[in-house]
Design a protein around this ligand. Structure first.
Ligand SMILES: [Zn+2]
Length: 307
């Protein structure tokens, strides 16, 4: 190898070794979370804890730091039981942080004798897979922003996990460093805007979408909230952070006017478009890689309500 070629290789090492998240990995993670063995991941069940441990294991594979204490598992009390959110950090060049979240709990089992498990492939194994996929994407990278990854528990029972973790005293400094939180909620299908696109709830409340789209790679687009009357911005885990005046939106692909699988037994692997989800994860990662505290400092507009 010539010296020059070697130097060229060094200079392009990020290119050579850049790890895209494979469709195989996306299928593996989503299928595991949505498997019958997880019994619908309802908060308070042993299978919900198994899911939390699985997510923690994925964080460990990426050598992420703990958010607080000596574990990725962040406990809180639910009806007299200890249950867990799962939280990890990848330190970047700045303390300023981008947070990626998704709820991992679902609604458990039904008494239908033909199919007893609410697998929740879209709601929200897909969102957790996107979040884990982004952690995978940054495994060997050194981003400008620090990155925080949070899997919320108990969303289906009233957003219990996000309400709990936002109040943890030892996390307040880290929360205050969040420039924006992206909460993935049902991203398994191709959106009504076409492939390679997500919509953002409450897009009129901040300039997150404009700033993101200005840097976006491979034409990934964050589209405006098509279900504005449904107030989705205030109905998902992001709102726990909104109440602390932290910029936080949910991102989704589901068409709420047409979807027939929401909280149904047919929310299973058949409805997942793995090609589209893999493309979104990689393009999201590539775009996040371009963001820094200078080109991405979103602000709320005065339309938002913090109550
Ligand atoms: Zn959900």
């Amino acid at each position: 190898m010539s010296k020059f070629f070697f130097l060229w290789l060094l200079g392009n090492s990020s290119l050579l070794f850049s790890q895209e998240v494979s469709k195989k990995r996306v299928v593996e993670v989503l299928s595991h979370l949505a498997s019958d063995e997880m019994k619908g991941r309802e908060i308070g069940t042993p299978e919900n804890e198994t899911a939390a441990l699985y997510i923690a294991q994925k964080f460990a594979e990426n050598k992420l730091d703990y958010c607080v204490g000596h574990s990725y598992l962040v406990p809180f009390n639910y009806r007299g039981k200890i249950v867990y959110n799962v939280c990890a950090i990848k330190k970047g060049k700045s303390e300023k942080t981008l947070a990626f979240s998704a709820h991992f709990d679902h609604i458990g089992i039904s008494d239908n004798p033909r199919d007893q498990v609410f697998n929740g492939a879209d709601d929200n194994a897909s969102g957790v897979t996107a979040m884990i996929g982004l952690a995978d994407y940054f495994k060997t990278k050194e981003p400008d922003f620090s990155l925080m990854f949070i899997a919320f528990n108990g969303e289906e029972k009233g957003m219990k996990g996000s309400k709990a973790i936002v109040e943890i005293p030892d996390l307040q400094t880290k929360h205050q460093n969040i420039a924006a939180l992206f909460n993935f909620e049902m991203v398994a299908t191709v959106s009504q805007f076409g492939p390679n696109a997500l919509y953002m709830t409450g897009d009129e409340f901040s300039d997150v979408d404009e700033l993101f789209n200005a840097q976006s790679i491979n034409n990934l687009k964050i589209q405006p909230d098509p279900h504005i009357g449904q107030q989705l911005f205030y109905r998902s885990d992001n709102v726990s952070f909104v109440k602390k005046k932290i910029i936080a939106h949910s991102l989704s692909t589901v068409d709420m006017t047409k979807a027939k699988h929401y909280h149904q037994l047919n929310d299973d692997l058949e409805i997942v478009d793995f090609d589209n989800l893999t493309e979104i994860i990689n393009n999201f990662g590539k775009t996040i890689e371009k963001l820094n505290p200078q080109n991405f400092a979103p602000k709320y507009t005065d339309k938002v309500s913090f109550e």
